[in-house]
Design a binder for this molecule. Structure first.
Ligand code: HEM
Ligand SMILES: Nc1nc2c(c(=O)[nH]1)N[C@H]1C(S)=C(S)[C@@H](COP(=O)(O)O)O[C@H]1N2
Ligand SMILES: [Mo]
Length: 405
């Protein structure tokens, strides 16, 4: 008990004041006077950043658990476009968060020059925690953008793992920050905000460079809106002509569909066209089907999007064999899981697990055709997996082996 009190005492004991002589430049008492940097602006921008990061966190977690499901996690096969919406939202709100975060940082940045810099140990710790908040926030945005730009090799760490764990740090730091600023946030958002009158009247205040708070917030909102709008074209066909950031126009690529990893990159250009190609089914017994055998099985046609985890997606029409038919040939029970493997010998996405409810869904195909033509080599010729409401990384191309797990 007394120990705890000792620690609390030490944390809050005033530290010696730094010499006044240091109080120059940005540390001057009235160095920062723009009324745009008010509590109210900070609170409004804070809410916007919080919403954007919250949406990113939730949609990101969904994407994570689809790819790494725990036994408690259930991801449905319908609506077939649901993942397209959640992951599209992830990248769109991520891009919108960039100007919002920059504006928020601009608004509160004078606090860096707070005087005295540290009053107590507790104060120092709380300032350090802001470093975690800002660092994790910027890290998420930078790594996300770099990944979407397909600049995979720049970082010495694996993107998904770093982005996943930093997401928890960022969201935790945001919650702590909200908790510690609750009074100020409430005051900033309330109509009776003390600085409301003074700033609204200051439209021509020279300290704000002639910009009113409303004007400033409008510029920020318009920038965030533009970022969102120009990113959304990756997944909303009607907006594709406004794409700026995503190089992924959903209509561009062989057979009118983008390609993430080409046949050349995957090293399958020879094996995929080899007449010796077989689809091997390893169930109770081992079955080998030629491409002609696959074509002789009952064919079905479905409309399903390819939805890359990187936020782009595009609708397409696929024709091929129902996966359920293959699972029946293998003697896989209703609740059985299978592993789907590619001719590709290396790489992270050469295989995927297919489990209920996707495995026997009538829309889940081993597709042989795209828009009525044989698959382009880059889209997985001779055969690729396509299932409803599933991330692109799990839509294995150049499939050659299906086995029981
Ligand atoms: C411009 C901003 C952002 C972009 C472009 C972006 C992009 C991405 C991409 C492409 C993925 C898929 C990774 C994969 O499965 O290979 C992803 C996953 C994820 N993102 Fe973001 N992201 C952004 C911001 C954020 C923010 C702010 C948070 C949370 C605070 C966040 C949390 C997550 C999480 C939790 C995942 C799942 C990681 C996993 O599958 O293990 N992202 N993000
Ligand atoms: N074997 C294999 N299959 C793969 C991949 C891969 O790298 N190797 N990439 C996946 C990814 S990330 C996506 S988004 C989809 C894209 O399919 P598409 O190239 O036909 O558009 O294929 C998936 N299937
Ligand atoms: Mo992808």
């Amino acid at each position: 008990m007394t120990r705890a009190r000792d620690v609390a005492g030490a944390l809050h004991r005033p530290l010696p004041e730094p010499p006044e002589a240091l109080r120059r430049g940005p540390l001057r008492e009235d160095a920062w006077r723009s009324p745009l940097r008010s509590e109210r602006t900070a609170a409004i921008l804070g809410v916007a950043v919080g919403i954007a990061f919250g949406v990113c966190f939730l949609t990101g977690l969904i994407s994570h658990y689809i790819q790494n499901p725990g036994s408690w996690f259930y991801w449905p096969s319908r609506p077939v476009q649901l993942y397209r919406v959640t992951q599209g939202l992830h990248v769109v709100s991520g891009f919108a968060a960039i100007p919002l975060l920059l504006a928020k940082l601009w608004t509160v940045y004078p606090k860096l020059w707070e005087w005295p810099p540290v009053e107590t140990v507790a104060h120092a710790l709380s300032r350090l925690s802001l470093l975690v908040l800002v660092g994790a926030g910027i890290f998420q945005l930078v790594t996300g953008v770099v990944n979407v730009a397909r600049w995979y090799e720049v970082f010495p760490f694996f993107f998904t793992v770093a982005h996943y764990w930093t997401a928890w740090i960022a969201i935790g730091a945001i919650l702590v920050h909200i908790g510690s600023k609750l009074t100020i946030i409430r005051r900033g958002l309330s109509r009776e905000s003390p600085d409301l009158g003074s700033v609204d009247a200051s439209t021509n205040d020279e300290d704000s460079g002639g910009l009113s708070r409303r004007g400033f917030l409008t510029v920020v909102a318009a920038t965030a809106g533009t970022a969102a709008f120009t990113t959304a074209g990756q997944t909303v066909p009607a907006l594709s002509k406004f794409i700026v950031f995503g190089q992924r126009d959903p209509g561009l690529g062989p057979q009118g569909l983008p390609v993430n990893q080409s046949a050349v990159a995957a090293g399958v250009t020879e094996t995929a066209v080899d007449p010796a190609y077989r689809l091997v089914l390893e169930g109770a017994t081992r079955l080998e089907l030629t491409l002609a055998d696959l074509r002789d099985l009952e064919q079905h046609t479905v409309d399903l999007p390819i939805t890359c985890v990187e936020g782009w997606s595009a609708s397409a029409t696929w024709t091929g064999v129902r996966f359920a038919t293959l699972l029946d040939l293998m003697g896989v029970p209703e609740d059985g899981e299978v592993q789907v493997e590619s001719l590709q010998t290396g790489g992270l996405y050469r295989a995927s697990t297919l489990a209920p409810p996707h495995s026997r869904h009538p829309l889940t195909l081993l597709a042989l055709q795209l828009d009525g033509e044989d698959l382009h080599l880059d889209h997985g010729y001779p055969a690729r997996l396509i299932a409803p409401n599933r991330p692109g990384v799990m839509q294995t191309k150049w499939v050659t082996l299906v086995s029981r797990r």
